[in-house]
Ligand binder design. Sequence first.
Ligand code: HEC
Ligand code: HEC
Length: 469
Amino acid sequence: MARTLEKAVGSTLAFFHGAVVRVFGPTQRPCVSMLFGIAAACSGKQEPCPPGSIRAADGLCHLNESMDSGAPDLEDDLVSITSSLSPLPALPPSPTNAYADDPAAIEFGHALFYEPSLSPSGEFPCVSCHDPEITFTDGNLTGEGNGVVARNALSIVDAEYYDWHLWDGGCDTIWCQATIPIEAAAEMDANRVELARTIYQNDTLRGDYEAIFGAMPPMDDPRFPEKAKPEPLTPDTPMHDAWESMTDGDKDAVNRVFANLAKSLESFQRTIVSSPSRFDQFAEAIAGGDRSGGGHMTEAELRGFALYSGKAGCIQCHSGPFFTNQDFANTGLGARSWLDQIDTGRIEAAEDIYENTFSGVGPYSDDVAYAESFLDGLASVDSQLGQFRVATLRNLEKTAPYMHGGHFETLAEVLSFYNELDEDVFQGERDPRLQPLGLSGDELADLEAFLLALEGGPVDPALTMPPSR
Ligand code: HEC
Ligand code: HEC
């Protein structure tokens, strides 16, 4: 779906040819503010300008011919670009998770998301790094749990819509993703055997689990080690030895519990989605034939939209309803003092996904064939070095700092980076679609205003606290 949309946008970009060259004559009384021929600040209805022309500040229709003004030809361009970015589509299915839409699993996952005992110290539940007050992020440069994580915490709002999860696309499903922070030493620092026992010994959580997934393995049987998880990269650890001491049947039983907990977490997180932004309201008005866009966007935001889709070229990568083409790119960020681990991005993740027990092609998937066709022969190639997921641009207002390593504190800094591209590329090569933009200060402010118009309303308050029960 994303690819098709991108194609649609790509072809409409060819229509961009802005400068006003010829005056057609007034149709009605002049308006103060016009962009794309939209009478943004006008009262009273205007006749649409003839095809190939736009209404300018003088209230007249002007032929629309060169790239320079940044204003696209109204008729088809505006409608098709806007409609490629909005509305928010229906939630996609999650074929590898048979419990994705099971109400009991959603409720259980809701409880788990807020449950302190998922991290042995009790200090780092999921919500500790995904705070609903700041769009389910944590405000740190990089995540902080039991230790310091290598990357900036992603928001979970709309996460279900992305083809790939994590900054490097290391997971193809959200339930695969959930298994990672639970066992990561720098995050929750748990291990699947102890976690399964924690659930087993908690009457409420065990009751919830068994009502959905059936009987748990007898986790209080002494044959299960106190703590155990596979650590293939550091196989000399007691944790790994303990895991290896288990029978294949017990390993499988514990993995199954771990996968089911992760699937429940996905089921809950699926419900955390954007509510419409002002841009969506504007798009709805346009789709309904109201060329003023219902007055939902300011002039500055509309100028920013024109830059975004035209001269600034953001839409080359940030396309589609989530403002991402669902692909990966190397923006050529420089080094940062706090990013001490070399993070090669997509190149490693592309192969690691096949090694992951909990990926969609693994033994706990509910639809391996679907996941295989999705991965479609994915392999590592050199160009993936330093590539990260093209980030969504919805809901950025509260999610600073930005980029995979928290490189920038403000959106203005991000935009100034794209405008100048003066950082020494840390690794790999900067995507050739990125070129210094030479935008003025006013233009950068317009672009930022547009990005902020993509902020959705608050998510359902019931999701921002543990379930009441
Ligand atoms: C210590 C902080 C921390 C904790 C605890 C934590 N996360 Fe995260 N989360 C992060 C960071 C950092 C990332 C980005 C990591 C990356 O891309 O490598 C992330 C990424 C994600 C994503 C990916 C979103 C996307 O768009 O791909 C999801 C979903 C998520 N976390 C859910 C969870 C769940 C569920 C839990 C609890 C089981 C959890 N997180 C616990 C810090 C944390
Ligand atoms: C070549 C593809 C490409 C183009 C063109 C592009 N971006 Fe990006 N953008 C990315 C990628 C990839 C990331 C994530 C980079 C990273 O963290 O390493 C990103 C990240 C961002 C972020 C940070 C989001 C967050 O949550 O941290 C913002 C904001 C952003 N881009 C805005 C823009 C704007 C505005 C433009 C146009 C001036 C633009 N981008 C052009 C690929 C692109």
